[in-house]
Ligand binder design. Structure first.
Ligand code: FPP
Length: 264
C-alpha cells in the first residue's frame, strides 16, 4: 500500500531523486501530527532467531530502530514518545537476557544522552524505577538531570513498567492523601487519577504502534490508552524504520476519532 503511494508520487515531475522518507513526509499534514505516540517495541527475539542469532542480537538491533524513531518523532514535531523497553513481567525471562537489556539501556543512555540533549529531547523513565539495578537507576538519573531543561520531544522510556502496577501506585498515593485529609473522596475524579500516574501532565497517547504481528496491549498504559488509535504491522521492531513510522502517521491522519461520540 505505502509502496504504491510512493511509486505513484515518484511519477510526479517535482519529485525527483527524493528518498521514500522525504516523499512520505511531504504527504503529512503538519497540523495533525499526533501529540503522543506510544510504541510496544516487540519482535527483537524472533528477528534474531530467524537469523540464527541469540536474542541479545535482536535487542541490540532494536536500539538502532529506537534511534531512528526518536529522530523522526522529533523532526516531525511529536510532543511525547513513550516506548516500552522493559515490563514488570519481563523479570520472568532468563537472567542472562535481563542483564543484556539492562546493559543495553545503560549503554544507550550513556552514549546517546549528549546527542539527545542537543536535539532538545527530554528523557524520562516511567515505571518502578526504584526496583531497577543501581547502574540502570544511575544512568536514568543522569539522563533525566541532563535533559531536564529540554523542551522538544519528551521521550518516556517505560522501564520495569506495568499498567496495573501504575494504577496501584496511583491509588496508594491518593489513599495516603485521603488519610492525611489532603483530598476528600468526593473529589476523586478521572483528572485527579490521571495526575497521579507516571505520565502526569502529559496528553494520553493518540496512537499506539505495535510491530511484529501480535495484537495485545501487554499491560502497557492501560489507563491512558482508553481512546488511543491502534496501528499494527507484521514488521519486526529491529526492521522498523522511519518510513514505517511515517506510514503509521499517514494512516492516523486519515482516521476519524469520535471519542465515543458521533462523527461530525
Ligand atoms: C520485546 O521483544 C522487546 C523487549 C522486551 C525489549 C525492548 C528493548 C529494546 C528495543 C532495546 C533496549 C531499549 C532501550 C531503551 C535501549 P521480544 O524480546 O519480546 O521479542 P519476541 O516477541 O520476538 O520474543
Amino acid at each position: 500500500m505505502i509502496k504504491s503511494i510512493i511509486n505513484l508520487m515518484r511519477k510526479s515531475p517535482d519529485i525527483q531523486g527524493e528518498s521514500d522518507e522525504e516523499i512520505l513526509r511531504k504527504r503529512l499534514d503538519p497540523a495533525r501530527i499526533p501529540r503522543h505516540v506510544a510504541i510496544i517495541m516487540d519482535g527483537n527475539g524472533r528477528w534474531a532467531s530467524s537469523r540464527g542469532m541469540p536474542r541479545a542480537y535482536g535487542h541490540r538491533a532494536g536500539v538502532e530502530s529506537l534511534r531512528d524513531i526518536v529522530q523522526i518523532s522529533s523532526d516531525i514535531g511529536v510532543d511525547v514518545l513513550t516506548v516500552y523497553a522493559f515490563s514488570t513481567e519481563n523479570w520472568k525471562r532468563p537472567r542472562e537476557e535481563i542483564d543484556v537489556l539492562m546493559d543495553l539501556l545503560v549503554e544507550y543512555l550513556n552514549k546517546e544522552i549528549d546527542e539527545l540533549k542537543e536535539k532538545n529531547v527530554k528523557v524520562k523513565a516511567i515505571g518502578k524505577i526504584d526496583e531497577l539495578p543501581e547502574k540502570t537507576r544511575n544512568a536514568v538519573a543522569v539522563a533525566h538531570k541532563k535533559t531536564q531543561n529540554c523542551n522538544g520531544l519528551k521521550l518516556n522510556i517505560a522501564l520495569n513498567y506495568g499498567g496495573r502496577a501504575e494504577i496501584v501506585d496511583a491509588v496508594r498515593e491518593i489513599a495516603i492523601k485521603v488519610e492525611k485529609k489532603l483530598i476528600i473522596p468526593q473529589n476523586i475524579d478521572q483528572e485527579l487519577i490521571a495526575r497521579h500516574l507516571y505520565t502526569s501532565g502529559q496528553p494520553d497517547p493518540d496512537l499506539l504502534i505495535r510491530p511484529s504481528g501480535d495484537y495485545r496491549i501487554s499491560n502497557f498504559l492501560l489507563w491512558q490508552l482508553a481512546y488511543t488509535e491502534f496501528w499494527h504491522t507484521d514488521v519486526m521492531w529491529p526492521d522498523f524504520r522511519k518510513t514505517h513510522f511515517l506510514e503509521a502517521m499517514l494512516d492516523f491522519q486519515n482516521r476519524k476519532r469520535r471519542f465515543g461520540g458521533l462523527s461530525k
